[in-house]
Design a protein around this ligand. Sequence first.
Ligand code: DAH
Length: 345
Amino acid sequence: MFVGSDVEEIAATKTVEQLRELRTKLLGKKSRLSQDLAGLTKLPPDQRRAEGERLNRRKRELEAAFDERERALAVGQLDTALERERVDVTLPGRPLRVGRHHPITATIRELTRVFTGMGFEAVEGPEVEWDYYNFEVLNIPRDHPAREKYASLWVSNPLGDDPQRPMLLRTHTSPMQARIMERRKPPVRVIVPGRCFRYEATDPTHESIFFQFEGLAIDDRLTMADLKGVLYSFARQMFGGDRKIRFRNDYFPFVEPGADVAVDCFVCDGKGCRTCGHSGWIELLGAGMVHPNVLRAVGYDPDRYQGFAFGGGVERLSQLRQGVPDLRAFQQNDVRWLSAFGQVS
Ligand code: DAH
């Protein structure tokens, strides 16, 4: 037996697999060495001891050689892996694709920032709404002509339709006025952005899905001057410090008096241009003092509390601020449009 040449063979293995095979061959159950060790009992007692010592020494030598080679191979593998996976820190980085906020999201965040800065709290409400909140409680009873303005999408109630309690996709964010007042005591100051729906044919200025923002403030000494102050500040923060606002009488069943609110055109400074339709003014919102009938319907005493409400279109704000001509683009999810008009936050 030439232990020396076996040890050399072990040292010459190139891979962990080779080494494992060689270990089975030299030390496994069927190896010569194992058989010799098993055959020791058959030797005459006077030879057994010396032969036993010799075989065991050989076994230890081989085991030591295997262990040493195993360590060396492991280190070698690590070195090659490190070499192969080396990171070249001098290479220029790959650019990250940064997503953008949809213009509607960006506008909602911006207007929410403006109103929360004035003490309003942002809340959201359900898109599927009861007729009661969308119309009834807002002083628009079932046969009221104002309902015609809101071409509604009625939905059937998954729990069974009740003709007394119809359901629809909300046509405006105003239903949240009553939902909030029912749950809270004055003072109330909320801003409610959200998706609304109307049964409309789609064209460059109409969409059946669109966003509104609703404002509501109720307290015991609020007047129309407060409404004007809040909207004046809003207009200047959204469209620049030189802006003026205009209130004109308008009718909405849930406010009295009601107004349409316009801002002087920030493109032509009120002289008249395409953006403002040559009128010098851009209509932004409907607004007014909350109607006593609405206050009563939610259990507020109109002799003790008053307040104002306003509501406007989010896309319209976004269109004006960013010069988007076609309303339909907001719902089309065209990535090219989104990367042009979307905003990096
Ligand atoms: N909800 C109305 C609409 O969609 C807008 C509106 C007008 C909201 C007057 C108000 C308001 O809060 O006071 O046409």
